[in-house]
Design a protein around this ligand. Structure first.
Ligand SMILES: [Zn+2]
Ligand SMILES: [Zn+2]
Length: 394
């Protein structure tokens, strides 16, 4: 087995340079044109077979090993967020209003490093590695777009792995666990319609503001009163808009929010109770409502395959001491790697990347940053996992 930690450490200056360049030039989901071009050029320079435009802006590269064998997919996401950076770092975003505030700049650099490490060592493992540089992870459906474009065909991967840098965990802590890791996410839109009118003549109106206020209140009873305390669920209403003038009773109120669950039965319960609550509240007011669960924006839960998690853990032991490899309580944020893991057995891992002196901002925050020492570590871990999988049984 090649020593991927030594090889990855030699790549550190390149990994940092790539990451800082991507960080300075962030691109939103499905607009990663510059990023994808740099990735594709790098993969081509390694002599790999490269496909671009996968799921609009995704890039796929295939590394063939030393003979027939299984195919493993490694996925790296590339998109940034509509956040204005406030880190003041020398390599801060040069695009106002756009920032790599989730670490996907690091993931792209790690993927380029893994491409190099696995190409260098291709005579030492069988099968093939399919590298997916995925667009639009941040709630825009990038994984689904690449699947629609056939990323899971020709060749079809037998296993899939991905890694997220996590600045809320100490540097070098690796979360590898079987079963649930991240929650399913739903977006919902609610509209409540009453009858607008003069603020001084309420008896002639149906007040959408009042009905919506009660609806917000009632909806928050669902998790506390209908969901078992043993099940995890979140219902959050993130926006509420109604009315335009101080002396006019609003005709309509609009709300948007998110649901987080692990169990499809709990998700179904939340949706059914939302309908019942909204029906009851709006009836009481003489108002009406619509509830739309945005199936197009649904992200399933990240559930790791137990066998693949065991392979990932075993592989990581070659890179990290056992005490650094941990399990956590599943987290309620979502990740569209789940779209791939629902179709291919695999494992999603989190690597601690807390900056020196502690994180000044969590993921998606304007002061978000990562520890760059996590870059070679991540490249080594991903390479090791891929090769451990491919060499299994040889
Ligand atoms: Zn994110
Ligand atoms: Zn992310």
């Amino acid at each position: 087995m090649p020593d991927y930690l030594i090889l990855a450490n030699q790549l550190t200056p390149k990994l940092i340079a790539w990451r800082r360049d991507f960080h300075q030039h962030p691109e939103l989901g499905f607009q990663e044109f510059r990023t994808a071009a740099i990735v594709a050029e790098h993969l081509q320079s390694l002599g790999l077979e490269v496909t671009t435009g996968v799921g609009e802006t995704g890039v796929v590269g295939i590394i063939e090993g030393n003979g027939p064998g299984p195919v493993v997919l490694l996925r790296f996401d590339m998109d940034a967020l509509p956040v204005t950076e406030a880190t003041g770092l020398p390599w801060a975003s040069q695009q106002p209003g756009l920032m790599h505030a989730c670490g996907h700049d690091g993931h792209t650099a790690i993927g380029m490093g893994v491409a190099e490490l696995l190409t260098q060592t291709r005579d030492q493992w069988p099968g093939a590695v399919k590298l997916l540089f995925q667009p639009a992870e941040e709630g825009l459906g990038g994984a689904r777009a690449t699947i629609r474009d056939g990323v899971l065909d020709n060749p079809a991967p037998d296993a899939a792995f991905a890694l997220h840098l996590w600045n809320q965990f100490p540097l070098g802590k690796l979360v590898v666990q079987p079963g649930p890791l991240m929650a399913a996410a739903d977006r919902f839109d609610i509209a409540i319609t009453g009858r607008g009118g003069h603020g001084a003549v309420p008896e002639d109106t149906i007040d959408a503001v009042l009905a919506a206020s009660e609806a917000v209140n009632m909806l928050h009873h669902i998790v506390s009163r209908n969901v078992s305390p043993h099940d995890a669920a979140v219902l959050s209403i993130g926006s509420l808009h109604a009315g335009d003038a101080f002396n006019v009773i609003a005709e309509e109120a609009r709300m948007e929010g998110t649901l987080r669950t692990f169990d499809p039965a709990v998700r179904a319960l939340l949706i059914r109770r939302m309908e019942e609550m909204l029906d009851g509240v709006t009836r009481a007011h003489g108002a009406s409502y619509t509830l739309e669960i945005r199936e197009d924006e649904y992200t399933p839960a990240v559930i790791n395959d137990p066998e693949m998690a065991a392979i990932a853990r075993e592989a990581a032991l070659a890179i990290l001491p056992e005490t650094q490899i941990v399990q956590i309580r599943p987290i309620m944020v979502a990740e569209d790697m789940s779209e791939i893991l629902n179709r291919v057995p695999g494992c999603y891992v989190l690597l601690g990347a807390e900056p020196e002196g502690g994180a000044r901002g969590p993921h998606h925050n304007p002061r978000f940053d990562i520890h760059e020492d996590a870059l070679p570590l991540a490249a080594a871990v991903m390479s090791q996992i891929a090769v451990a999988y491919l060499r299994r049984g040889t």
